[in-house]
Design a protein around this ligand. Structure first.
Ligand code: GDP
Ligand code: GDP
Length: 439
């Protein structure tokens, strides 16, 4: 999915525009424990084509951050990850020094940029101040009022014109994009080196991307892969990385670009709070994950250690029960190649398509085995189920009354689907609708 990232100095209206463009879709983001509810990113759609919208301003600088440095950091992250960057200015203040600074960074990046001049609230003739923004050298400024929504259609059209062509993005033989996630020092770079080094068929320089330096392509008997090491991104950038939330923003963006996440834990520490956060991000994005317990060589163990640690991990990452767990050593290479099988498995599952006919067979069986609940004499009726989308598999059930569709019955139906189709490796979405209810 293409990514649009919003950048701009404080108070120009980034979050208001974000909310306007994302609309009510924001509310569908599911709750995951351990995840900050910052509205950092949202799945969106324009003229039937989906995209991801990211608000780099969703993270506020802390009191001791230098504002200019903070903005540069956010802009750099957007440059590294987005397909199109939406730079927002404020028509009321005109062009400021900070705007020029951001614009210069963007120009040097040679990324696709759309310049948006916000707070053009009055309808009719364009404000004369608009023309001032040509000075930034980012092409035509698009006047918008985030407050009223004026101009947002033209703005999105402009972004879409700058997206990579759709056919290219959906090519059959596309390699599997794998992002290696984990806190600093957990062993991400070591793992990447082991994954690449052992196979020897390394093709760097992925054509057509501006991310050659951090994306590593690998072709082997398991398939074609592009690995992104989030630490690699960090080392390359000139931005100082003192603040944890930059790494959250980076993680969010690289998760969005990936098909599969490798979530690395340190075997000596188990699941830390930061691990839970990162795992939550991958889960919310609907991406399948493999939990990679690294530094297994450094653990004193007996025949019970692995079982006990697995139980602890399962307990701490309850919302991720679908992710396989593998114990590796990036140092010695032990069990590292097994990761390819896990990646292949969860990738396939994440892209599964189940026909409506098959789903309704499952539904009929399930309803026969366990009757739907009743409330005050009214019984839940489930008319039919269908798969609305894939990556992750999203199922929709249509019923007579949502309130009767209890949590436990929903889980029961989801489990029936999982069991029937062996869907053990991917997050799943399940939506309940009443008949006649739109979208
Ligand atoms: P951010 O810091 O860039 O995310 O900016 P915000 O979205 O928080 O907006 C800053 C201020 O500008 C808020 O008081 C908004 O209500 C106001 N604002 C944002 N967009 C518009 C707009 O299109 N028109 C007007 N009049 N005010 C706006
Ligand atoms: P990153 O910051 O996540 O990329 O971590 P690095 O790959 O740079 O590794 C951080 C440190 O952990 C280095 O000193 C590595 O040698 C060490 N390390 C990485 N993997 C292992 C492992 O499997 N076992 C042991 N004992 N040390 C490891």
């Amino acid at each position: 999915m293409p990514i649009i990232a919003i950048v701009g100095r404080p108070n120009v209206g980034k979050s208001m525009l974000f909310n306007k463009l994302a609309g009510r879709r924001l509310s569908i983001v599911e709750d995951t424990p351990g995840v900050t509810r910052d509205r950092l990113y949202a799945p969106c759609e324009w003229c039937g084509r989906p995209f991801t919208l990211i608000d780099t301003g969703g993270l506020e600088p802390t009191a001791n951050d230098d504002m200019l440095r903070f903005m540069r950091a956010q802009t750099t992250i957007a440059i590294e990850n987005a397909d199109v960057i939406l730079m927002i200015c404020d028509v009321r203040t005109g062009v400021t020094a900070a705007d020029r600074d951001i614009a210069n960074l963007l120009k040097r990046s040679r990324k696709e940029v759309v310049l948006c001049v916000n707070k053009c609230d009055s309808v009719g003739s364009l404000p004369a101040e608009l023309y001032e923004f040509y000075e930034l050298g980012l092409g035509d400024p698009y006047p918008v009022s985030s407050l009223h929504g004026h101009g947002t259609g033209d703005l999105l059209d402009a972004c879409f014109e700058r997206f990579p062509p759709e056919e290219a993005a959906q090519e059959q033989s596309e390699p599997v994009r794998v992002t290696i996630l984990g806190k600093p020092n957990v062993g991400k770079s070591s793992l990447l080196n082991k994954l690449l080094g052992q196979e020897r068929v390394i093709v760097s320089d992925v054509a057509g991307t501006t991310r050659d330096a951090v994306d590593e392509r690998l072709d082997n008997e398991h398939g074609s892969f592009i690995f992104t090491d989030t630490a690699g991104i960090r080392r390359k950038s000139k931005v100082e990385e003192s603040i944890e939330h930059y790494s959250v923003l980076r993680a969010v963006m690289s998760i969005e670009r990936s098909d599969v996440c490798l979530l690395m834990l340190d075997a000596r520490e188990g699941v830390t709070e930061q691990d839970t956060k990162i795992a939550g991000l991958a889960n919310e994005a609907g991406k399948p994950s493999v939990i990679v317990v690294n530094k297994w060589d450094a653990v004193e163990k007996d025949d019970k250690t692995m079982g006990a640690l697995t139980r602890d991990i399962r307990q701490d990452l309850l919302f991720m029960s679908y992710a396989p767990v593998e114990f590796v050593s990036a140092l010695t290479g032990s069990r590292v190649t097994r990761l390819f099988e896990h990646i292949g498995h969860v990738y396939t599952q994440n892209r599964i398509r189940i026909s409506t006919g098959q789903l309704n067979d499952v539904l009929a069986d399930a309803v026969t085995k366990t009757q739907p609940p009743t409330d005050k004499g009214r019984r839940l009726k489930i008319y039919y189920m269908t798969q609305a989308s894939t990556q992750p598999p999203h199922f929709v059930a249509f019923c007579n009354d949502k309130r009767l569709f209890h949590f436990s019955y929903k889980n029961y139906i989801v489990n029936q689907i999982k069991q029937t189709f062996g869907l053990d490796g991917t997050p799943i979405r399940f939506t309940i609708r009443e008949r006649g209810e739109k979208d």
